[in-house]
Design a protein around this ligand. Structure first.
Ligand code: AMP
Length: 291
């Protein structure tokens, strides 16, 4: 497996690969790999001849009081894990090569970036869309792989690809979890043992939502209230938002039908954690609870 830092060299390599008629899969990441990242690399390996994993802690998607400086980094361990997962190349550019100064051009996906995580992280999705657009230009892959753990990010990238005519398929992969349900995240390493235990309430609240809906509940207000009540039982967990939104424009839904994303964010100690489940509800299904 090669590690490339220069954008020009990366572009040249991908050109060569494509000229050989091979397909290219791209997995954009910020590193500090866990099984979630690995699942994306494996999916990319199954569907493409050549897999590029980009590893770049992107400063423009962090707010001024966020954890850019302290974000966990371990290139050596990441390289071993990516090689083991079958990646052909790691693209690990320097900040100054990705952001020539003065940097004046940004990609702004409107509307769907102002809700959920966008509400408390102004500029976050502008940074994400900008860096992903740059990666797509440097690495014109056939497919790019993203995790549904960051469901809003998937929708933002899909919209950008549609609106700006990128010729690349966006593949959304399921959330990989710890055995107790906690969604894997590089930020879980910030958790103290007590906080790590308390954090499991997030997935338990999503399971509760799923359970209520499976018994016929169709009022999003009821579902959200039950989730919040459960989360409140854990004083170490401070919810930021708990919402039921449509899985397209991320608008709050009046009733639970069609594709509904139940999404949440919470502070647990130093970590800000997010999680979600996507419900696919049959619009014609009998609304009476099952017994
Ligand atoms: P990150 O390095 O956190 O920016 O994540 C890189 C990619 O991995 C993104 O597309 C994430 O959605 C995805 N990802 C992160 N955590 C998980 C997880 N637990 N399961 C599946 N994909 C994940």
């Amino acid at each position: 497996m090669r590690t490339i830092t220069s954008p020009d060299e990366m572009r040249r390599i991908v050109k060569e690969v494509r000229a050989r008629g091979e397909s290219v899969g791209l997995v954009p990441t910020m590193g500090f790999f866990h099984r979630g990242h690995i699942s994306l690399m494996r999916a990319a390996g199954e569907e493409n001849d050549y897999v590029v994993v980009s590893l770049f802690v992107n400063p423009t998607q962090f707010g001024p009081r966020e954890d850019f400086k302290n974000y966990p980094r371990d290139l050596f361990r990441d390289s071993e894990m990516a090689a083991e997962a079958g990646a052909d190349c790691i693209f690990h550019p320097r900040v100054e090569d990705m952001y020539p100064q003065p940097f004046l051009t940004y990609v702004n996906v409107e509307e769907i970036t102002g809700t959920l995580c966008g509400a408390s992280r102004p500029g976050h999705f502008r940074g994400v869309a900008t860096v992903v657009a740059k990666l797509f230009n440097i690495i014109p892959a056939d497919r790019a792989y993203f995790g549904l753990k960051d469901a809003q990010q998937v929708l933002v990238i899909r919209k950008m690809v549609e609106d700006l005519d990128f010729d690349i398929d966006i593949v959304a992969c399921p959330t990989v979890r710890e055995s107790d349900g906690l969604a894997m995240s590089s930020r879980n390493m910030y958790l103290e043992p007590e906080e790590r235990r308390a954090a499991t309430v997030l997935y338990r609240s999503l399971r509760l939502a799923e359970d209520l809906v499976s018994r016929g509940e169709r009022d999003p207000g009821e579902v959200i209230a039950a989730m919040r009540a459960l989360i409140e039982e854990e004083p170490l967990v401070e919810p930021e938002y708990v919402e039921a939104v449509d899985f397209r424009l991320l608008k709050p839904v009046d009733g639970l039908e069609g594709e509904v994303l139940i999404a949440l964010a919470a502070r647990v100690g130093k970590a800000r954690l997010i999680d979600n489940i996507l419900l696919k509800l049959d619009i014609n299904r009998d609304k009476e609870p099952k017994h």
